[in-house]
Design a protein around this ligand. Structure first.
Ligand SMILES: Cc1cc2nc3c(=O)[nH]c(=O)nc-3n(C[C@H](O)[C@H](O)[C@H](O)COP(=O)(O)O)c2cc1C
Length: 201
């Protein structure tokens, strides 16, 4: 039995196309993995507090006292212990909504999600073997001339290396706000890719 952790950063809620695509993926994944569980962390409900000075000071104090079992680190332990991770987030300002960055800062805790070996090398401590980002974008940022501007998937891919998660994948539907495109056709095609990926993820 596997535990899939679903991080929901879709700020527009049920109107979100990224969320619709993710729900389709999860529906397929549940069918393909009937004994597994999906745990959702809805960031707009959870509203994690940014690491303002006092929050960071509290975190440092707890960490220095070795209190890694404090509730402040619950999200980090949950992330570190998941078998599979799915993040749903729209493409905002060339990356993703700030609420997701706040979450990532909160779960990036030394000796929980990542650490260092005796030689000082960075070591990932997360259990998951796969992390999937599901996103939709207004423009197309997979073209040779635009791919360099995409900062969301690329940042998450780099973080996967830090966390020790060997496989990063991104399921994206692009060009959804380009008036020249058939939005429904783009979404339908992405739904098909979501179904196929759900079988093997
Ligand atoms: C605050 C905000 C910022 C956005 N920034 C970008 C952007 O930088 N590039 C882009 O192509 N689309 C951008 N978009 C468009 C969204 O990526 C696109 O509409 C996407 O499908 C929204 O996903 P959702 O339906 O899951 O909310 C932005 C939309 C919003 C609301």
């Amino acid at each position: 039995m596997e535990q899939l952790l679903f991080i929901n950063a879709c700020v527009r809620g049920e109107k979100s196309r990224s969320l619709k695509l993710t729900r389709r993926f999860l529906e397929g994944w549940r069918k393909a993995h009937p004994d597994s569980t999906v745990t959702e962390v809805d960031l707009c409900k959870l509203r994690p507090v940014p690491q303002y000075p006092e929050v960071l000071a509290q975190r440092d104090e707890l960490w220095n006292a070795g209190k890694l079992d404090d509730p402040m680190f619950d999200l980090a332990h949950q992330f570190a212990g998941a078998d599979k991770i799915v993040i749903a987030a729209p493409f905002w300002d060339l990356s993703y909504p700030a609420i997701l960055k706040i979450y990532l800062e909160r779960i990036s805790v030394t000796n929980i999600t990542f650490g260092y070996d005796e030689q000082g090398n960075s070591v990932g401590l997360c259990r998951a073997d796969k992390l999937l980002l599901i996103t939709t974008r207004g423009g197309n940022f997979s073209l040779p001339e635009t791919a360099w501007m995409e900062m969301g998937a690329r940042q998450l891919e780099a973080l996967c290396t830090m966390y020790g998660i060997p496989s990063f994948q991104c399921l994206a539907a692009e060009g959804l706000d380009d008036v020249r495109n058939d939005k429904q056709a783009i979404l339908n095609e992405a739904m098909g890719r979501a179904d196929a990926l759900a079988e093997v993820f």
